[in-house]
Design a protein around this ligand. Structure first.
Ligand SMILES: [Zn+2]
Ligand SMILES: [Zn+2]
Length: 305
């Protein structure tokens, strides 16, 4: 991740422009110069990671692997954490991992060890190929974590593929469904649709306005609390998405979309370009790159207490 001392950001009309010193390393964290990595004449684009298993389709459908309808399993079942393991261990610093909204936690927030979230729900082939998404989740957590932000005038620019983040949220949703961990009433249908698996494993793209939504309400003060909170989104009696709070940030992921951009009586942006956080002279932009439909735009967060 790169820290820049000079201003990197300029707003021209309704457009946000980023400029970096000539030889600075890419904000995606690759340590390669930006112009040899994700910076093109048309702006930043971070190539999404590959989630399609290598080689020929195996023809195996492993019982208990939630992706078994793709007939591309291996024989061995993996002990997968349905919220990325590395992220859980990071959140578990000082044993302060808190989880709520899951079926077995009831209405209270409970502190649990990460091992409590392990469940055998994918074969190794389908699990291992998603590891790139898990490391992105951890990077994003670091990018959003403001809990130990001291009085600094740093300028930070961090770049993520929005498509990777969406697939990580889809993976998390599938994991919560497969391990029966979502708090839902009995009449709600909670299947993992084949179409979702095809998107997760890179065989097709999100369609319509499915994908990532972030609340646009400005003036939010985020406290940076440690913990994960998850909530299923149900539409017409079926699980259609996931609300996830990480460090006080709220990510809303929907497989059906919100054409009005309103959810839970609040305004949301579909696939925003930038989360821009400021405190005094400190500035941070978490930038998401997108291909295809996106609202883009900036969501500004004031971190002042
Ligand atoms: Zn890059
Ligand atoms: Zn499998």
């Amino acid at each position: 991740m790169s820290t820049i001392n000079q201003s990197y950001r300029k707003v021209v009309g309704s457009e946000v422009r980023f400029s970096l010193p000539y030889d600075s390393s890419c904000p995606c964290g690759s340590k390669v110069p930006a112009n040899k990595c994700c910076l093109s004449p048309s702006g930043f684009f971070k190539q999404p990671c590959n989630t399609t298993p290598k080689g020929k389709v195996t023809g195996i459908s492993r019982e208990k692997c939630y992706a078994n309808s793709l007939n591309d399993c291996c024989k061995k079942l993996s002990g997968e954490h349905y919220i990325s393991q590395n992220l859980l261990h990071h959140l578990n610093i000082n044993n302060s991992l808190s989880v709520s909204g899951f079926s077995w936690t009831g209405t209270d927030t409970k502190t649990v060890p990460p091992s409590a979230l392990a469940s055998n729900i994918l074969c190794e082939r389908h699990n291992n190929i998603l590891s790139g998404l898990d490391s992105i989740a951890l990077k994003l957590f670091h990018a959003l974590d403001e809990s130990d932000l001291s009085d600094t005038d740093d300028k930070e620019l961090l770049l993520f593929s929005g498509h990777d983040l969406e697939r990580w949220l889809l993976k998390t949703l599938c994991g919560l469904i497969a391990s029966k961990s979502l708090a839902l009433t009995d009449d709600v249908e909670r299947g993992i649709q084949r179409e979702w698996l095809e998107i997760l494993y890179g065989k097709s793209e999100f369609s319509g306005e499915a994908g990532l939504y972030i609340c646009k309400t400005t003036g939010h003060t985020f406290s940076g609390a440690h913990g994960v909170e998850a909530q299923a989104i149900v539409k017409k009696g079926k699980v259609s998405g996931l609300g996830l709070k990480i460090c006080g940030y709220e990510l809303v992921f929907s497989m059906t979309g919100f054409p009005t951009r309103v959810f839970d009586s609040r305004d949301f942006a579909y696939r925003p370009l930038e989360l821009y956080a400021i405190r005094g002279k400190y500035e941070k932009s978490v930038v998401f790159s997108w291909e295809g439909a996106a609202d883009l735009g900036t969501i500004t967060l004031n971190l002042n207490k």
